[in-house]
Design a protein around this ligand. Structure first.
Ligand SMILES: [Zn+2]
Length: 239
C-alpha cells in the first residue's frame, strides 16, 4: 500500500468515525426528543379534559333523574294535600290554614326542583358540542402522537442498525493503517472535535478552509503525510 493509499484509508476511517459520532448524537437526540415528550403531554391533557367533561355530563344526568323523581313525588303529595284541603272533611279553620301554608310551601319546592332540573338539562345540551369538539381534539392529538412515535421508531431502528455495523467497518479500516499514523490520527481527533483527517482540494484544507502553502501542497501531492499549519489536521491530497 502506498503512502497515498494510506491517507485515503485514513480518510475512509475518518468518514466512518464521523458517521459514528453523528449517529450517536442522533440517538441521544431521540432519547430526549422534545416533540415526542410534548405530543405525549398534549394527548394526556386532552384525555383529562374529555374525562372531566364526561364526569360533568354524568353528574348532570344524575341530577336531572333525581329532580324528576323528586318532582313526581312532590306533585303526588301536593295533589293529595289539595284533595284533602277541598274535600270538606276538615272543618277546623286552624288546621285548614296550616294545610294551605303547607300546600304553598310544596308549590315553591316543586318550582325550585323544576328550575334545577331545567338548568341541568340546559347545561347537558350545551355540553354535547363541547364534548364532541374536545373528542375531536383528542383524536387529533392521538394521531399526532402516533405519528411522532412511528417517525422516531423508524429513525431509531435505522440509527441502531448503523451503530451496530459501523464499529466493525471502523475496525477493518483501522487495521490497514500504520500504527504510528493511526496513533497520531487518534491524538488529533481528541483535540479537534473528532475530525483528524481531511481533504486537501485545490490547495485548501477541508478542515479549516485555510489555504495551504504550495510547498506543503506539493508534499501532500506526493502522498506524504502533511498536516495543516492552521488546524493541525492530517491532509489527504485529492485531485
Ligand atoms: Zn486546516
Amino acid at each position: 500500500m502506498t503512502e497515498h493509499d494510506q491517507l485515503r484509508q485514513l480518510l475512509e476511517l475518518q468518514a466512518a468515525d464521523s458517521e459514528l459520532m453523528a449517529k450517536e448524537g442522533e440517538r441521544l437526540e431521540i432519547e430526549q426528543a422534545r416533540d415526542l415528550v410534548e405530543a405525549r403531554e398534549r394527548a394526556k391533557l386532552r384525555e383529562e379534559s374529555v374525562q372531566a367533561l364526561h364526569d360533568r355530563q354524568a353528574r348532570l344526568t344524575r341530577e336531572v333523574a333525581w329532580a324528576e323523581k323528586e318532582a313526581a313525588e312532590l306533585k303526588r303529595k301536593y295533589g293529595e294535600l289539595e284533595r284533602r284541603l277541598y274535600d270538606g272533611k276538615i272543618a277546623n279553620p286552624k288546621e285548614l290554614e296550616q294545610m294551605r301554608l303547607k300546600s304553598e310551601q310544596m308549590k315553591q319546592e316543586l318550582s325550585t326542583v323544576d328550575d334545577g332540573a331545567l338548568a341541568a338539562m340546559e347545561e347537558l345540551e350545551s355540553l354535547k358540542p363541547a364534548i364532541e369538539a374536545e373528542e375531536r381534539e383528542l383524536a387529533a392529538a392521538r394521531v399526532a402522537l402516533a405519528d411522532r412515535e412511528r417517525e422516531h421508531g423508524a429513525r431509531k431502528t435505522e440509527i441502531e442498525a448503523a451503530l451496530a455495523s459501523l464499529p466493525a467497518r471502523r475496525q477493518t479500516l483501522a487495521a490497514t493503517i500504520e500504527p504510528a499514523l493511526l496513533a497520531e490520527y487518534e491524538r488529533i481527533r481528541v483535540r479537534r472535535g473528532g475530525v483528524a483527517a481531511t481533504t486537501l482540494i485545490k490547495g485548501i484544507c477541508g478542515g479549516c478552509r485555510v489555504t495551504v502553502p504550495p510547498m506543503l501542497v506539493s508534499k501532500a501531492r506526493q502522498g506524504l503525510p502533511v498536516k495543516c499549519e492552521s488546524c493541525g489536521r492530517i491532509l489527504c491530497w485529492i485531485e
